[in-house]
Design a protein around this ligand. Structure first.
Ligand code: ADP
Ligand code: ASP
Ligand code: MG
Length: 476
């Protein structure tokens, strides 16, 4: 906290499962109370309740294809769910006010869905508006529940704070405008001892609602943490922290106690859903530690993401996987990778705003992987003017991340002998030197990850990994 006047401010982000029902929201309130007892000033960022974003997207899609009945049925289901949770959490006048607010929002949502059906077209801008209701509703409800349970809290509409550009579906924050908005809308609340509660993921551009991309509530927390110069950012989720791999794929996954910003960013980018890829940046720039914690097991220490982690005896900290990728093989039939050919290829991807995950080249060809399917036909059509093009979908990228692979020899051999029974398509060692990645068929991902996990995490370094949990689990 030294020298930082806002070192006592902690931005706490609760994901969908941490606010999924009344029991989860009460757990959240008690975690926040615990932080206040330690003299900290929490600023709360909440996701939509679990699965609500998916349902809203389905409702928007139904409206877009003229299925008004289905769109309104989905909205009705969400209305019932929110009102039930509201009744379980608050009572009296507070409940009446909350019910009025929720009905007001759902009426607006229904009107919007009817409007989309009427015009028969779903634009990115309208889709953002529909999907924003998830966080708008959850944040109003959480603020109400906190107040009911003795926490002085104030709801802040995140759209007045997270000011962005107009890139609907994946808007970019305007840092200086956000800092100014934080000073007027959030700082006075903190100073008056109130707990501000904001919805994650949503923002606005000139008063029009935008979103930061799927999983974007983590990003909201980091933007707010960075803007406030907070002492810490806490990402509360449904697992004990960043694990050695997705625990849903490998039951033996261990908690990583400390990880570097660089490693965490790499993992997030390459598919570890536990953190949004862009989360780390605002925190790195201001050197704010980020914690990943479990709201169902609040006593657990979680994972601390820091600039300088301790050295680790194991080469890797974690294994991530990103599915639904496509490999595009571009063969320069006439020009044998003549001067300017690569530029032409990358310019085409750039023009279609399509990010490339991995690249490998040979004398006559270049292979790239992308995760965007919408722009693929147009890209391939343009590429076919300069080369022969083939593409294969349903591929996955597996990425092993660890700063301690630097300078260790024989690691690649160990990786590939662990998965010698699996067909590998493309291999790359990132320029950052802290990841090794390769492509496999989607259906081989789980098996490949389990084999790699067995190879690299059988005798984990206890200074970096929580080895006690696995002992307890295997004993029990
Ligand atoms: P939230 O709703 O809290 O944002 P997410 O579902 O976005 O939670 O992220 C948490 C999930 O990320 C976990 O349930 C887990 O299945 C998945 N996950 C993937 N990779 C990892 C990893 N390396 N460590 C921890 N969790 C991971
Ligand atoms: N609710 C949004 C989503 O599901 C944002 C988030 O939860 O981070 O993608
Ligand atoms: Mg998430």
């Amino acid at each position: 906290m030294s020298g930082n006047p806002r070192g006592h401010v902690v931005v706490m982000k609760f994901g969908g499962t941490s606010v999924e029902d009344s029991a989860a929201i009460l757990r959240t309130a008690s975690i926040v109370r615990g932080r206040m007892r330690k003299g900290l000033c929490p600023v709360i960022v909440v996701s939509a309740m679990a699965k609500v974003t998916d349902t809203l997207l389905a409702a928007a899609a139904a409206s877009g294809r003229n299925d008004r009945e289905e769109a309104l049925r989905l909205s009705d289901m969400l209305r019932t769910r929110h009102l039930t949770v509201a009744r379980e959490l608050v009572s009296g006048d507070r409940l009446t006010t909350l019910q009025i607010n929720l009905h007001h929002d759902f009426d607006a949502l229904d009107e919007l869905l009817r409007g989309i059906t009427a015009v028969g077209e779903l634009t990115e801008r309208t889709s953002d508006n529909v999907v924003s209701f998830g966080e708008r509703l959850s944040s109003v409800m959480v603020a109400g529940a906190f107040a009911e349970h003795g926490l002085q809290s104030t709801h802040v509409d995140a759209r007045t704070v997270i000011l962005t550009d107009a890139h609907y579906g994946k808007a970019a924050p305007n840092e200086s405008a956000i800092e100014a908005a934080l000073s007027t809308c959030v700082v006075p609340l903190i100073e008056s001892g109130s707990v501000p509660v904001l919805g994650g993921f949503i923002g606005s551009c000139n008063g029009i609602t935008t979103t930061l991309g799927r999983g974007g509530s983590d990003y909201t927390a980091a933007i707010i943490g960075g803007g406030l110069h907070a002492g810490a950012i806490e990402i509360w989720t449904d697992v004990d922290g960043i694990m050695t791999t997705d625990p849903r794929i490998c039951g033996d996954a261990l908690r990583v106690k400390t990880i570097s910003f660089e490693e965490a960013a790499e993992l997030a980018y390459f598919g570890a859903k536990v953190l949004h890829p862009a989360t780390i940046l605002p925190a790195v720039q201001k050197n704010i530690p980020v914690w990943v914690l479990n709201s169902r097991n609040a006593e657990n220490e979680g994972t601390k993401i820091v600039a300088m982690p301790p050295p680790c005896a194991s080469p890797f900290k974690s294994i991530a996987a990103k599915k639904r990728l496509t490999i595009i093989d571009i063969v320069a039939s006439r020009m044998l990778l003549a001067h300017g050919f690569l530029k032409k290829v990358f310019d085409i991807f750039d023009k279609h705003q399509c990010a490339i995950d991995m690249v490998s080249t040979s004398e006559v060809s270049i292979s790239v992987t992308v995760d965007s399917r919408e722009t693929l036909p147009a890209i391939c059509e343009e590429l076919s003017c300069i080369a022969d093009v083939k593409y294969e979908s349903s591929k996955a990228l597996i990425c092993l991340v660890g700063e301690d692979i630097r300078g260790q020899s024989g690691i690649a051999g160990k990786v590939f002998s662990a998965i010698s029974h699996i067909n590998i398509r493309m291999i790359s060692q990132g320029a950052s030197e802290i990841n090794m990645s390769f492509m496999v068929n989607e259906e081989d991902v789980d098996e490949a990850i389990r084999s790699l996990h067995n190879t690299f995490f059988t005798s984990p370094d206890p200074a970096v990994f929580d080895v006690e949990v696995s002992t307890v689990a295997s004993n029990g």
